[in-house]
Ligand binder design. Structure first.
Ligand code: FCB
Length: 455
């Protein structure tokens, strides 16, 4: 298969990871437990009882891992900082050893000509703050601003690209209403409250980033998903699409980019809460100007009307999620370049901002094969997914979206949250027994695409 798509000059090619998914070393150099360490230890929460205790041992393998990035020709690397390494007590004293780890990583990247994109929060909240209510406690806006100041103050002389939060939808609704992620609560109102506090923390942190880094490019990464109804939808189906879209997309697009929640989301949840958690002045804080938007997208969402259906997401009454359309990845996620295109165009229109695709990729049941040239992973499905989604991104650019770069998820196989190590998303294979890394065929193809654009 050939891949001819050409991206604009200056389009940035990268790969992404997250702290808890790759670092390991959970008890080293002063790191305190995060809510994910706690959640993993609860029986039945994570497949196989696995955890990020060792993960890819990246904490001890930065030179080797950056050398692999260089071999792939990556121009940028998106990683996250673990709050429990930097401020183990959540607020208060900075742990210099934690800062030093990220400082060495940044220096190694820059020495290799790779631009760091730093995410401040990719879900590993210090457990000490979880004990105070986590994202349900409004004070978290100040805790997060303090932590942000510590990190940006230390790295802001070298790092320009700052992202406050990764996928606040997951750290709110998925974690507090659907119970699939730490802390595993199942309360519809908690999802709304935590989403609001996440955005408030984001908006409070934006000026802190700018104060500590004069030429910062400040961002947030969302995971919007295109919502489709059935073919030939009834009016009731269209209402189901609207409700789903509100609680998946509008709940963040509204406050962040329009200074208001969608009124219909407030109306649809009025029987659950009086929304007193939204206080005067909050929306102005949340609506802080940004320099770009990060979009993580893997699959679209399909719904239809179903009278009386009870959905655990707030405002989801009478909404039924329908089966994804094949083909599916190993996660059971629908492969839809069209959905990727549509949500990129929508995100561009909603935000009015340049966009980086900060995550996109697919899991497959890879096998490592030993051949005459050594070990290899032949993963044509991942390569096809990559081609399809890059084509869709290019189409979105042609349709007016200002897309500035693409980060493959993920640089390497890693701890896939509730699925443990059972799902492999990497363009580099990791053998968890030996920690040996092997670039997959898809990684070689990604390197070829990058090189072709640099030529
Ligand atoms: C995203 C997460 C990332 C990874 C991918 C597969 O929702 O941001 O950490 O787990 O999904």
């Amino acid at each position: 298969m050939t891949f001819e798509t050409t991206f604009p000059d200056g389009f940035l090619w990268g790969a992404a990871t997250a702290s808890y998914q790759i670092e390991g070393a959970v008890a080293e150099d002063g790191r305190s437990p995060s809510i994910w360490d706690t959640y993993c230890a609860e029986p039945g929460k994570v497949l196989g009882g696995e955890s990020g205790e060792v993960a890819c041992d990246h904490y001890h393998r930065v030179p080797e891992d950056v050398a692999l990035m260089k071999e792939l020709g990556l121009e940028a690397y998106r990683f996250s900082v673990a709050w429990p390494r930097v401020i183990p007590t959540g607020t208060g004293a900075i742990n210099q050893a934690g800062i030093d780890f990220y400082s060495r990583l940044v220096d190694t990247l820059l020495d290799n000509g790779i631009r760091p994109f730093v995410t401040l929060y990719h879900w590993d909240l210090p457990q000490v703050l979880g004990d105070k209510g986590g994202w349900l406690n409004r004070d978290i806006k100040d805790w997060f601003a303090e932590y942000t100041g510590a990190v940006v103050g230390a790295l802001g002389d070298r790092v320009k690209n700052w992202t406050t939060l990764n996928e606040p939808w997951c750290s709110s609704l998925l974690s507090y209403s659907l119970g699939h992620h730490a802390p595993g609560h199942t309360d519809p109102v908690e999802g709304l409250v935590s989403a609001h506090h996440l955005m408030l923390a984001h908006g409070t942190a934006v000026p802190v980033i700018r104060e500590n880094c004069a030429d910062a490019e400040v961002s947030i990464t969302l995971n919007p998903t295109q919502v489709y109804g059935p073919d030939n939808p009834t009016d009731a189906d269209l209402d189901a699409v609207r409700r789903a879209d509100n609680v998946l997309n509008g709940i963040f697009f509204g406050p962040l980019f329009h200074g208001a929640y969608p009124q219909s989301l407030l109306d649809d949840t009025a029987h659950l809460t009086d929304h007193a958690y939204i206080q005067d002045g909050d929306l102005a804080v949340i609506n802080a100007p940004l320099d770009n938007l990060g979009v993580n997208n893997y699959f679209p969402t399909r719904v239809r009307h179903s009278e009386g259906a009870v959905h655990p997401l707030p405002g989801g009454d009478n909404v039924e999620e329908t089966e994804p359309h094949p083909p599916l990845t190993d996660m059971g996620w629908e492969i839809s370049p069209q959905g990727h295109h549509d949500i990129l165009v929508r995100s561009s229109q909603e935000s009015g901002l340049p966009i980086y695709i900060t995550e996109n990729g697919s899991a497959w049941p890879d096998v490592i094969e030993t051949g005459p040239k050594g070990e290899a992973v032949h993963d044509p499905d991942r390569t096809a997914y990559l081609h399809g989604h890059l084509d869709a991104a290019k189409q979105a650019i042609d349709d007016g979206a200002d897309i500035r770069g693409y980060f493959a998820w993920s640089l390497m196989d890693n701890f896939e949250w509730a699925f443990g190590y059972s799902k492999r998303f990497g363009i580099i294979h990791v053998d968890y027994d030996t920690q040996k890394r092997t670039i997959k065929d898809s990684g070689r193809e990604y390197a070829r695409i990058i090189a072709a654009h640099q030529a």
